[in-house]
Ligand binder design. Structure first.
Ligand code: HPA
Length: 279
C-alpha cells in the first residue's frame, strides 16, 4: 500500500470510530458559503483538527470542520473550509478530504469557490456554473504511483462536470430567479493573485474564471468515479480589469454579498440530487 493511500485509510478509520454517518452528497463550501451550515439539519460535526494527520487550513475565514447532516432528505457532508496548495501542503493532502468523503459513501461532489472573473461580461457578485476546467497551471494530484483502489492510471476527463447535474443546477437557478453565468474555471497555485498579463493569457486560453482551488479536487474525485458539479462566486474582476488592486477583503465582501443567492442555489440543487443517488 502506498503512503498516500495509507494516510487516507488512517484518516478514514479515525473518522469511522466517531461516526457511522454515510453522506451521499459532499459539498465543499468556498468563501462566502462559510456559514452555510445554518441550512443543514446537523447530525454530527467533526473539526479537521481532531482527525489524526488531516490537513488543517491556515487561511483566515477557512476554519475547518466536516458537518454531517441532512438537506431535505439528502444525507450530506459539508466541508466548511478546505486546504489550498499554496498553504504548503502536498497536493495529495489537498485532495485527501474529497477521497475520504468518497470512501464514506459520497456519490456526488458539489464544489464551490470564490473566483476572479476573467470573462469581460462578468460582474462581481455573479454566480458561474463550472462547465469545464483548465488544470495546466496546478499540480496534478494523480502524479505518483496510481492508487488502484481508487481509480485507473489514466482517467478520462472529457466529462468531469456531470451533464445532468449541470442541467439540474441551471433549472434550479431559473426557478429561483438566480442569474447564473457559466464557463471554464482555471486553477492557479496562488497565493499571489495573477498579473494582468496572466489574466489576458487565461482569457485567450478560454478561461472565464480563475481561482486557487477546485480543479485538483475535481481531478481526484473524477478519478474515483464520483459525479461532480461546481459553482463559482465571482468575487472580483481579475487583475487588470478594474482600477484598484485586489485584496482578500474585497473577495470576502463580494462573496458575502452573493451568499444568500449562492446558499439558496446550493440547497435547491442538493434537494434535486436525491434523484441521482443510488438507493
Ligand atoms: N484570482 C485568483 N483567485 C481568486 C481570485 C482572483 O482574482 N478571486 C478569488 N479567488
Amino acid at each position: 500500500m502506498g503512503q498516500v493511500y495509507e494516510k487516507l485509510m488512517r484518516c478514514y478509520e479515525d473518522v469511522r470510530k466517531r461516526t457511522a454517518f454515510v453522506p451521499k452528497v459532499a459539498v465543499v463550501l468556498g468563501s462566502g458559503l462559510g456559514d452555510y451550515a445554518e441550512d443543514i439539519r446537523v447530525e454530527y460535526e467533526l473539526p479537521y483538527s481532531e482527525i489524526e494527520g488531516f490537513p488543517v487550513s491556515t487561511v483566515p475565514g477557512h476554519a475547518g470542520k466536516f458537518i454531517f447532516g441532512y438537506i431535505d432528505q439528502v444525507p450530506v457532508a459539508c466541508m466548511k473550509g478546505r486546504v489550498h496548495y499554496y498553504e504548503g501542503y502536498p497536493v495529495s493532502d489537498v485532495v485527501l478530504p474529497v477521497r475520504l468523503l468518497k470512501l464514506m459513501g459520497a456519490e456526488i461532489l458539489f464544489l464551490t469557490n470564490a473566483a476572479g472573473g476573467v470573462n469581460t461580461s462578468f460582474h462581481a457578485g455573479d454566480l458561474m456554473l463550472i462547465r469545464d476546467h483548465i488544470s495546466a497551471f496546478a499540480p496534478n494530484p494523480l502524479i505518483g504511483p496510481n492508487i488502484d483502489e481508487l481509480g485507473p492510471r489514466f482517467p478520462d476527463m472529457s466529462k468531469v462536470y456531470d451533464r445532468e447535474l449541470q442541467k439540474l443546477i441551471v433549472g434550479r437557478a431559473k426557478e429561483n430567479h438566480i442569474y447564473l453565468q457559466e464557463g471554464v474555471y482555471a486553477q492557479m497555485t496562488g497565493p499571489s493573485y495573477e498579473s494582468p498579463a496572466e489574466i489576458r493569457m487565461l482569457r485567450m486560453l478560454g478561461c472565464d474564471a480563475v481561482g486557487m482551488s477546485t480543479v485538483v479536487e475535481a481531478i481526484a474525485a473524477n478519478h474515483t468515479g464520483m459525479k461532480i458539479c461546481g459553482v463559482s462566486c465571482i468575487s472580483n474582476l481579475a487583475a487588470g480589469m478594474s482600477e484598484h488592486p485586489l485584496s482578500h477583503r474585497e473577495v470576502q465582501e463580494a462573496a458575502d454579498m452573493a451568499a444568500p443567492a449562492f446558499k439558496r442555489l446550493v440547497t435547491e440543487a442538493v434537494k434535486g440530487m436525491a434523484a441521482f443517488l443510488t438507493a
